[in-house]
Ligand binder design. Structure first.
Ligand SMILES: [Zn+2]
Length: 137
């Protein structure tokens, strides 16, 4: 796909949460509007900060024992309220704070900048689970 978009004015809106687009395309050209597994959030949404999960998950992975358990104290907790941290991905407690708004703003900026041009909307692999994010608008 990268070669196909070379020298093109493009933008990627994705409901994927797996960071795969970031491996190929610049992050400023991507809006991951359903969250991203590389971040953690307070499951009580007590504050609007996301925490990097990658380093933590490597540490936890190294501590998995033969029974496939980790020490309880390694479970990540919110430094403000003590609630569990959970992946920042669409759920009933999904944090729609600063980062979420930034992702939408990047898309809006691209669309506004190109509103008087011919725009091709190419939708790939989007199912009917969450049509309200890409298909319906
Ligand atoms: Zn909290």
């Amino acid at each position: 796909m990268q070669w196909l978009l070379k020298d093109k004015n493009y933008y990627i809106l994705t409901t994927n949460q797996d960071t795969q687009f970031e491996k190929v395309f610049p992050i400023e050209k991507i809006s991951a509007i359903q969250g991203d597994w590389k971040y953690l959030q307070c499951n009580r949404r007590c504050h609007d900060k996301l925490y990097d999960s990658v380093e933590l998950l490597h540490k936890i992975n190294a501590e998995i024992d033969v029974a496939l358990k980790i020490p309880t104290e390694m479970g990540p907790h919110c430094p403000h309220c003590g609630a569990e941290l959970e992946p920042w991905v669409r759920s009933r407690v999904f944090l729609e704070g600063k980062k979420y708004k930034e992702e939408h703003q990047k898309l809006s900026d691209f669309l506004r900048k190109n509103m008087n041009k011919k725009v091709l909307f190419l939708e790939l692999g989007v199912g009917r689970m969450t049509p309200m994010f890409i298909q319906e608008p």
